[in-house]
Design a protein around this ligand. Structure first.
Ligand code: PMP
Length: 337
């Protein structure tokens, strides 16, 4: 009989699938790594597992301890499912702008959620950062993974995501494209692929226009999970060979196309990464058709579209930001009237 002893044992080992429709006209082989196939539904399960196991090994997290992290989404789910298996308490701190649905998901996994006001400065005592710091210090046995600075985030990708891509492409991968949030995915996966290919694999970061990674000043954007207004230490800026900035409008348009045309219901950072991939592939094809035809480009899709049904996949929300033309989203009845 083949079975896991707990769902957390099934983290990683996600498949590659070729993109065949949104890639029309391109000669490169473009493969998507589908991270929503992880048990918690995102790439963040990988870092959760590694950060917890490393903290156990170093003695920072002791039996019966409490994991405290400021997170509203994917990292929280990953931490909660690993914590549940190992008997830790989880306390997540979320700003009040985080949707009720997201808080409910974390609570469904058995985590406690503390909600803080969004409209206060980071150094204010009731800010998301201050509250999580205090809880981690004052709860006995408290431990804060701090995904933005934890070296085990990138290490998890160096040990799992990178080797999986190398093995599944039989070492033929030529390019990696991934969004940058904490920077853990690109730093760990990109570094592994650089090392194993002796520098042959080209690493491309995708970033929301406005974020610091692509030279922005941190101005707001709507795509979630990627881009920053500061430089996290989990990110090694020497790893990417290039960063491509993508607007919200283009990220969301591609996200919707992935669901409709490729059967991939994925999140906005996935549309962003695929849009950057297609731009890169188009440029390569113009500049060096031979290299383009031989290219095997792997793009990482971090999470599922289920968490964005009321945003990216909601025509009214999309129209309210000007991302959909007035004539799109008509019903069959509208058309036949
Ligand atoms: N997309 C989504 C939806 C995410 O939650 C994250 C993680 N913040 C990323 C992309 C980027 O991953 P990383 O933090 O490893 O840069």
């Amino acid at each position: 009989m083949k079975f896991a002893k707990h769902i957390s044992e099934l983290v990683g080992g996600t498949p590659l699938v070729q993109l065949t429709t949104v890639t029309a006209g391109l000669t490169a082989t473009i493969l998507a790594k589908v991270e929503y196939m992880n048990p918690g539904g995102s790439v963040k399960d990988r870092i959760a597992l590694k950060m917890i196991e490393a903290a156990e090994a170093s003695g920072e997290l002791l039996p019966g301890g409490t994991i405290v992290e400021p997170t509203s989404g994917n990292t929280g789910v990953g931490l909660a499912l690993v914590a549940q298996r190992k008997g830790y308490r989880c306390v997540f701190v979320c700003p009040d702008k985080v949707s009720q649905d997201k808080r409910d998901v974390l609570r469904a996994y058995g985590a406690e959620v503390v909600v803080t006001p969004t409209a206060v400065a980071p150094d204010h005592p009731s800010s998301y950062y201050s509250v999580s710091g205090r809880l981690a210090r004052e709860i006995p046995g408290g431990w804060k993974p701090n995904q933005y600075a934890n070296v085990n985030g990138p290490a998890s990708h160096y040990e799992t995501t990178g080797p999986e891509i190398w093995a599944d492409t039989d070492g033929r991968v030529t390019h990696l494209v991934t969004g940058v949030g904490t920077g853990g995915t690109i730093t760990g996966t990109g570094r592994y692929l650089h090392d194993v290919s002796e520098g042959r694999v080209v690493v491309i970061g995708a970033d929301p226009a406005g974020s610091v990674y692509s030279g922005g000043d941190g101005r707001p954007y709507l795509v979630e999970g990627v881009g920053e207004d500061f430089w996290p230490t989990a990110y090694d800026p020497t790893v990417p060979d290039e960063i491509i900035a993508v607007s919200d409008a283009d990220s969301f348009a591609m996200t919707r196309r992935l669901a409709r045309e490729e059967g991939l219901l994925v999140g906005g950072s996935c549309g962003m990464a695929v849009e950057a991939t297609l731009r890169y592939a188009r440029r390569l094809q113009e500049e060096d058709p031979e290299a383009a035809a031989a290219a095997v480009i792997v793009v990482i899709l971090p999470d599922s579209g289920r968490g964005y049904l009321s945003k990216i996949f909601n025509d009214k929300w999309m129209r309210s930001y000007g991302f959909l033309g007035a004539d799109e989203g008509a019903t069959v009845a509208d058309v036949l009237r």
